[in-house]
Each structure stands twice: as structure tokens, then as C-alpha cells.
Design a protein around this ligand. Structure first.
Ligand code: PLP
Length: 386
């Protein structure tokens, strides 16, 4: 039997993730500095660890309800209200997911019919295009670039909308560019979104890591709430990637629909991790603030460093990535990343891993120590010297 022949056409067409490929090489090298990893270098805060150990000892080893622990949902709603003055009903309008990753998958699958178009920005997080396609949708990328600070403009959105457009998938602060939107910028996009009567799936996993301004969730724009799912999580702000906890908040009808898929495909998010996430919100916000302050310092150092050595770098508003332009060198993105790794033992991700618009850029994560960032910058400077 030719098993390969049996694999679904959509899956066969997927390119392997460009990020994974680099991780695999980095793991085999000594003295390699990785600016490739998209996760915090911190261990989860102590109260989180302790609550999980207690939960295990106390025998919390069973399923929770499909929607997740009521107490965690309540805590998430308190957090959204305190931080952003957003009101969600913890009983009807929140679902606990297995990371934002699962949230994205079921959010799309709950509304997309074959052929529906979903708009997203490129460069974007590597999962978006494959997930849109897996849901049966058609992925419609809007190109962003350094000139418009990697943001979708209302004019671009207007042009991209057709009578097949079902939803827009937003991500801010953005992986890989760090771009985010102000309240005013969101309002302008919201006018176009409402005009075309489309839904919004908003991945705001990096909301806690917004540095120079205040993050505005898109559902804070009043007329957006009824058509929006907000996706949030614990992986980035609380350094809890391995616990696999995220959440979806939105209108009851839509949350019911995502919960239907969740109950058949996942049943519930891991119980111990849900308890740990609740503890994060109750007991670890100070740790979160300290980690954020540290990323802020690293962001300033790395942006400054890249601009000084002649690789133009736009200052990201959030997340923990910079997206330096490498067009002044003799390399394209893939060759730059490959040669840098081979010659100087520094791992970065080629911008093209995030879509064709990423050509001419590399993505560097600054979720690594200040010392390592300094050494990496020295090595990159030596590498690009003519
Ligand atoms: N969304 C974005 C934009 C990300 O960058 C990531 C991880 O890198 C995820 C979602 C996945 O998050 P989670 O760990 O909650 O599944």
C-alpha cells in the first residue's frame, strides 16, 4: 500500500514549519545562541508550580466540565474586566482551551464553510494559513510591510473583502513583527469589518507583553463584541507554554459552537494546568510584570543593536520578537539564516517562514538573556561585515 498516497491533499500541500527545521539544527550544535525560539526563557512562576504540585497531591486527576473550571473562567473574566473593562459572562461566554493553538483551530472550524474566505496578515504566525485551509476556508493574505509598520490598513482591508469573506483573523501584538494596533486604528478597521458584516477571530496571546502603550482588545470597540472571539492564553505572559492553557471569550452562540467541537475532539483542557492557570491570575501577576519589564529592556537593547550595525529594525510594540531587514546584505532570508548559523553559530528564523512577504527579513526572539543578546549582536555584526 502506498500510504503517502492516502494522506489528505491539504495536509500533503503543507510546507513543514520553517521554525521547526531550525530548532532541529540548533539542537545538534554546541555554543549556539538561539534567537529562534518563540517562548519565554523563564520557568513558570513559583506559585504556579506550587499550585500544580498541590493539585496533584490532592488528587485533581479527573476531567473538568467541557468548558473548563468555573473558578478559572471567573478569574479570567475578572482579569479582562480589570485590565480592559471588558465584560464577559463566565458561565456562558468563556471556554478554556488547550492553548491558543486549539482555540484557533476550533474558532475557525466553528464558522467556516467550504470556500469561505478568511483574511489574515502576512507575514503572520505560521499556523494561520494551514488552519484556515484545514477548516475548508480560503486563506486571503494582506501584505504588510515596514512602511506601514506591519499593520493592515483600512484601505487594504476594504480591497480584500469580497462577498465570500467570512472572517478576519487578527493577531496583535503580532508574531513575527511585534506590530500592534491602537484604539483609534482598531476603530478604523472595525468600520470596514462592520460594513462587510464579517466575523473577527482575534489572537491576542501577546496582549500582556505590550510595552509603550496600552493594549486594546478589539472587542473593546463596542460594536465589535457581538461578532468577535478573543483568544488569550497563559503561554507567553505567564511563561506557561508547556501547560497548554488558553481561552476563548465571545458571544454565547459562538462559544456554544466552539464548545461543541471541543467536547468531541478534546473533552476538556488538562485539569492540573487549569488549576495552575487560576493560580497564575491570582498569585503571579507580579512575576508577570517583572518578566515583562525584562523583555522591555531586552527589546530596547536588541533594536538599538540591530539599527547600530546597519540592519534597519522597526521598534515592535509588543510580543518578544524583532524583525530586522537584511536587504542591505548579499543574502536572501533563508541564505542569511543558514550562513549565520553555519559561520557564527547564531540561530534566527528566516522571515519567509511567516509568508512570502517575510523575504528580506529575519525574525529574532529576544526571550533570551541580555548577555546572549549582546554576544549574538557581536557575531551578527562580524557576519555582515563586507
Ligand atoms: N498565537 C501566536 C501568535 C503565537 O505566536 C503562538 C505561539 O508561538 C500561539 C498562538 C500558540 O500559543 P499556545 O501556546 O497558547 O498554543
Amino acid at each position: 500500500m502506498d500510504l503517502d498516497d492516502k494522506i489528505s491533499k491539504i495536509v500533503k500541500e503543507f510546507r513543514p514549519s520553517g521554525i521547526r527545521a531550525f530548532f532541529d539544527i540548533v539542537a545538534t550544535r554546541e555554543d549556539c545562541i538561539s534567537l529562534g525560539v518563540g517562548e519565554p526563557d523563564f520557568i513558570s512562576p513559583q506559585p504556579v508550580l506550587e499550585s500544580a504540585v498541590d493539585a496533584i497531591r490532592d488528587g485533581f486527576t479527573h476531567y473538568t466540565g467541557n468548558q473548563g473550571l468555573l473558578s478559572l473562567r471567573k478569574e479570567i473574566c475578572n482579569y479582562l474586566e480589570n485590565e480592559y473593562q471588558l465584560n464577559y459572562d463566565f458561565e456562558k461566554e468563556v471556554l478554556i482551551t488547550v492553548g491558543v493553538s486549539q482555540g484557533l483551530d476550533i474558532a475557525l472550524r466553528s464558522v467556516i464553510n467550504a470556500g469561505d474566505e478568511v483574511i489574515y496578515c502576512s507575514p503572520s504566525y505560521v499556523s494561520y494559513e494551514p488552519l484556515i485551509k484545514l477548516s475548508g476556508g480560503t486563506a486571503v493574505a494582506i501584505s504588510t510591510n515596514v512602511e506601514n509598520k506591519f499593520k493592515i490598513t483600512p484601505e487594504q482591508l476594504e480591497q480584500a473583502c469580497t462577498n465570500k469573506t467570512k472572517a478576519i483573523l487578527l493577531n496583535f501584538p503580532c508574531n513575527p513583527t511585534g506590530a500592534s494596533y491602537s484604539h483609534h486604528e482598531l476603530e478604523k478597521l472595525a468600520v470596514v469589518i462592520e460594513k462587510h458584516n464579517i466575523l473577527v477571530i482575534s489572537d491576542e496571546i501577546y496582549a500582556d507583553l505590550t510595552y509603550d502603550s496600552v493594549h486594546t482588545p478589539i472587542s473593546a470597540i463596542k460594536w465589535m463584541k457581538e461578532r468577535t472571539l478573543i483568544l488569550g492564553g497563559f503561554s507567553k505572559g505567564f511563561a506557561m507554554t508547556g501547560w497548554r492553557i488558553g481561552y476563548i471569550c465571545g458571544p454565547e452562540v459562538w462559544v456554544n459552537a466552539v464548545t461543541k467541537i471541543h467536547q468531541y475532539s478534546m473533552l476538556c483542557a488538562p485539569t492540573i494546568s487549569q488549576i495552575a492557570a487560576e493560580s497564575a491570575l491570582k498569585n503571579a501577576t507580579h512575576d508577570k510584570d517583572l518578566m515583562k519589564a525584562s523583555y522591555h529592556e531586552r527589546r530596547n537593547l536588541i533594536c538599538d543593536g540591530f539599527n547600530k550595525i546597519g540592519l534597519r529594525t522597526h521598534i515592535p510594540e509588543g510580543a518578544f520578537y524583532v524583525f530586522p531587514e537584511i536587504k542591505s546584505t548579499k543574502y536572501n532570508s533563508m541564505d542569511f539564516a543558514t550562513a549565520l548559523l553555519e559561520q557564527k553559530n547564531v540561530a534566527v528564523v528566516p522571515g519567509t517562514a511567516f509568508g512570502p512577504e517575510g523575504e528580506g527579513y529575519i525574525r529574532c526572539s529576544y526571550a533570551t538573556s541580555l548577555d546572549e543578546i549582546k554576544i549574538a549582536l557581536e557575531r551578527i555584526e562580524e557576519f555582515i561585515l563586507p
